[in-house]
Design a protein around this ligand. Structure first.
Ligand code: ASP
Length: 340
């Protein structure tokens, strides 16, 4: 295990940021520190290679192009690494991790995203700890896209940014930790994705459509949904209330949702609640939303739901039955109705 080849991709984020007159900005200077840190913690014989992206970004500026750039890079390098670590900003880390889990489903290698909420160059930074933990996990048996943060390894497409402060940065409300690192590494083998046969297809090319997330709220006007669908034809993630309800007493909402799904723009329902799964059949309004074409997204996170719609829209032949395509987990992102 100790001779594993680790590819490190430095994409940006607070971990390597420096102060500027306008606030923190990404800096390439951190690239010099990465190699030193690895030698300090893991010895000079460690086999690692560093790729620094240009430009480095605040992950607030990440887009689907960023996801595809990373996926294409990992795919192109796949024969030259056993595990990869991506240093990335925390703000959209869960979106990138989710997208990579779908774009690279079947890669069968650990891809671990990490970062920091305090720059490495500052005292009390969490950056060194996170990089060290990610490195320890990269040498273990994990074969999926994950996030390492604050001592825990989480499935990437189950994780959410939870706090703006170090110590509690990411949570995985519906899936247990894959590993804990506290001096030694403790792997939760039962929670890992089983190894798969490596895929031979490259990630799909980016499509022309974009997906969006629309959160329902009291007073929402149907025109907001229509406008969102017109500009995001890859689909709308609808963040519904509670178990999957919405303002169906408004006939314009029902008419608009029905028209959007008739246009074959997927409507994927998830809950606004951070915990619990959707149960659209529980309330009349939930059933009415289902009748309008809203698909049950079960316990998908918003980040995974958006990335899943995006990836489906990139397929050369989009699935005929979107509801079934969404209900079937691709990379452990949702708990199917039978609970397995
Ligand atoms: N704005 C930063 C980013 O996402 C925040 C961070 O890295 O913690 O790049």
């Amino acid at each position: 295990m100790s001779h594993r080849r680790i590819l490190i991709i430095y994409a940006g984020g607070t971990i390597g940021m420096v102060p500027s007159a306008n606030g923190f900005v990404p800096s390439a200077r951190f690239a010099d520190d990465i190699g030193k840190l690895i030698v300090k913690h893991h010895g000079a014989a460690t086999h690692h290679r560093l790729i620094t992206l240009d430009p480095l970004i605040d992950s607030a500026n990440a887009s689907p192009h960023t996801w595809h750039r990373l996926a294409d890079l990992l795919w192109a390098e796949r024969d030259h690494f056993d595990a990869a670590i991506i240093l990335h900003g925390t703000d959209t880390l869960a979106y990138t991790a989710s997208a990579l889990s779908f774009l690279l489903a079947g890669l069968n290698k650990a891809v671990i995203l990490t970062g920091a909420q305090i720059p490495f160059a500052m005292p009390v930074s969490d950056g060194e700890r996170n990089l060290q933990g990610a490195f320890a996990c990269a040498r273990g048996p994990v074969r999926e896209v994950c996030i390492f943060f604050d001592g825990v390894l989480l499935r990437g497409n189950r994780a959410r940014k939870w706090s703006t402060e170090p110590g509690n940065g990411f949570h995985s409300p519906h899936w247990p930790h894959l590993a804990q690192v506290n001096g030694s590494i403790d792997i939760n083998t039962a929670a890992l994705l089983p190894p798969t046969t490596p895929q031979h297809d490259p990630p799909p090319a980016i499509g022309t459509g974009r997906a969006a997330i629309v959160t329902l709220f009291p007073g929402i006007d149907a025109s907001l949904l229509r406008a969102a669908a017109d500009h995001h034809r890859a689909g709308l993630v609808l963040a519904l209330y509670g178990a999957g309800t919405g303002p169906t007493a408004d006939p314009a909402i029902r008419r608009t949702l029905t028209a959007i799904s008739a246009d074959r723009i997927p409507l994927l329902g998830i809950s606004q609640c951070p915990h619990g799964t959707l149960n659209p059949a529980l309330y009349e309004t939930g059933r009415q939303l289902a009748d309008c074409g809203v698909i049950d997204g079960r316990d998908l996170t918003p980040e995974a739901a958006l990335a899943k719609l995006h990836t489906l829209s990139c397929q050369r032949r989009p699935p005929a039955d979107l509801a079934t395509a969404i209900a079937v987990p691709v990379a452990g992102e949702l708990t199917p109705a039978n609970g397995t």
